[in-house]
Design a protein. Structure first.
Length: 233
């Protein structure tokens, strides 16, 4: 399964009022493992940025003045996103802006390019009704380090969302160490020894999600997990 964690920053809140995308980022994950591939572009919106929006992301018109326009990167963006399942926090917001940009260019909408969309805000509300479910709150809940998130930024937020998503969906199969074995060489004088195994260590994102999973299990059982007990022993 190929997934892309997607985020945008914009000049304002409503594309129907002519607001535009000024930053777009996607982080690729295949079979619940980051590949290292990502798409990230700052964009010249060719319009002013609302003061409220600028306080959120810190991007200025001066910084974006020499950046490409959406039309300049649309083909590259679509090539990266095509065929993927998109994972977005508050998906209607980002998809509304992306579809508005595509409509300006008389291009097909996002649904024609992407396999499916998962809205992690909806997922979080189902899992934690009545609680704060913005990205900062989810990072705290699943023990994902977001200390560097002083302002909103599309690439950082997409990366944080990937870590939070692994915790939310309890992807235990991706958090366990993978073991690859080679068939033992069989002979008439075999001693029964197994072929050597190769251990693939978890990456930092998976370790963070693993810690989030342990925390949830301990909250539910009200006991320290055997894993943490063994690590501290």
């Amino acid at each position: 399964m190929r997934q892309v964690f997607l985020d945008t920053e914009t000049t304002g809140l409503d594309p129907r009022q002519g607001h535009r995308i000024i930053e777009v980022a996607g982080v690729e994950m295949i079979n619940r493992r980051l590949t290292g591939n990502h798409f990230h572009r700052y964009l010249n919106p060719e319009r002013d940025i609302d003061a409220g929006a600028q306080q959120v992301h810190g991007l200025t018109s001066e910084f974006l003045q020499d950046k490409p326009r959406f039309v300049d990167v649309v083909d590259e963006m679509i090539a990266f996103l095509s065929g993927a399942e998109l994972v977005i926090h508050n998906a209607p917001f980002d998809l509304g802006f992306l579809n508005a940009e595509l409509q300006r260019l008389d291009r097909p909408l996002m649904g024609d390019y992407c396999l499916d969309v998962i809205d992690t805000l909806k997922l979080a509300k189902d899992l934690h009704p009545g609680q704060k479910n913005n990205l900062n709150a989810l990072c705290r809940r699943y023990e994902v380090d977001n200390a560097s998130r002083t302002l909103h930024g599309a690439l950082l937020d997409a990366e944080l969302l990937g870590a939070v998503y692994l915790g939310m969906t309890r992807g235990q199969e991706s958090l366990m160490m993978e073991v690859e074995t080679k068939p033992a060489q069989v002979s008439h004088h075999s001693s029964g020894a197994h072929a050597p195994i190769k251990i693939i260590q978890a990456n930092p994102l998976e370790l963070a999600a693993h810690e989030a999973e342990l925390t949830l299990l301990e909250q539910e059982s009200r006991k320290t997990s055997l894993w943490r007990s063994s690590q501290s022993g």
